[in-house]
Write a protein that binds this ligand. Structure first.
Ligand code: ZN
Length: 315
């Protein structure tokens, strides 16, 4: 079984009428998984929202205050892309809490993988700056929790969202214990602009950041070949005890933002390959956290395909 984390609360982060990161993303996914019978095949995960003190292990006090006060005032905007509504602070603490609880679930067993259908997404939020639709970095908080609570020292985050996970990279750039792999669209001003191949970490973390920048127009075959090759390289070097996935689905050909040409079956393939790594090194332990994906017809199908692979492996 896969442990599935979601909560109607995550739909209360209100981004307004015209924002692509809308609550409808999550309602569309959840309705589809319910209808297709997949929800019933999963164990329902329970979680507690993080406290401010827990978030402060990863994010600056000033950043936390900014989001909290903006929500208390009834809402506002961190930047052009990143709205905050009155409920957003509460929802962000809950979303991160679900990802942290998923780490506990797979570490304690009996289930060995989990999927967190959360929002707001997290991978652009740096330790000091919320940005790019992201308030707090859910997956970074989860990785940090795996280290402090479960004493893991070899964690691998695989980020296949079409955007570079700059926030996660910043969080672990000097960190020898949490490795970060990102495959993302790069060049011609594509957001956020970081994630060049020569960004490999520094100090004790040198060599633990694996960036695979992909040009628009790259074939699916080449994308998958490069994904597999960088994944194998990272896995061999890190031998992860736990694998976390920043699962964005905005590299799909029909995504209105990312559109890197992928099809649903490519997400299946990437899921299989990450599960292979997890079986080899991490007793199959995987926590997948939703990041982007903005085509409301495609996103539920992509998540379904991803979850079916997790379920097939999670027994
Ligand atoms: Zn994205």
């Amino acid at each position: 079984m896969t442990v599935l984390y979601t909560d109607p609360l995550f739909q209360k982060h209100d981004t307004g009428k015209h924002h692509p990161e809308t609550a409808r993303r999550l309602s569309a996914i959840v309705e589809h998984l319910d209808k297709s019978g997949l929800t019933a095949k999963c164990a329902a995960g329970t979680y507690k929202p993080l406290t401010e003190a827990q978030v402060a292990r990863m994010h600056s006090a000033e950043q936390i205050q900014t989001v909290m006060q903006m929500a208390e005032r009834g809402g506002g905007s961190i930047d052009n892309d990143t709205p905050v509504s009155s409920e957003s602070f509460r929802v962000a603490l809950a979303a991160a809490g679900a990802c942290v609880a998923a780490v506990d679930a797979v570490m304690n067993g009996p289930q060995r993988n989990a999927l967190c259908l959360v929002r707001p997404p997290g991978h652009h939020a740096t330790p000091t700056q919320s940005m790019g639709f992201c308030l707090f970095n859910n997956i970074a908080l989860a990785a940090n929790h795996a280290r402090t609570t479960h004493q893991l020292s070899r964690i691998l985050i695989v980020d296949w969202d079409v955007h570079h996970g700059n926030g996660t990279q910043d969080a672990f750039f000097e960190d020898p214990e949490v490795a970060f792999l990102s495959v993302h669209r790069y060049g011609q001003g594509f957001y956020p602009g970081t994630g060049a191949a020569n960004e490999t970490g520094t100090g004790k973390g040198d060599g633990r950041i694996f960036n695979e920048p992909i040009r628009f127009g790259t074939s699916r075959k080449d994308y998958l070949t490069r994904f597999s090759s960088v994944l194998e390289k990272a896995a061999t070097l890190v031998k992860p005890e736990l694998v976390l996935i920043s699962a964005g689905f905005d590299a799909h050909a029909k995504d209105p933002i990312g559109a890197l040409g992928l099809e649903v079956e490519d997400f299946v393939e990437m899921t299989k390959r990450v599960l292979d790594v997890a079986r080899t090194h991490a007793s199959g332990r995987v926590v997948s956290c939703l990041e982007g994906g903005y085509n409301l017809e495609i996103l539920p199908l992509a998540v379904q395909a991803h979850l079916e692979e997790l379920l097939a492996d999670g027994k």
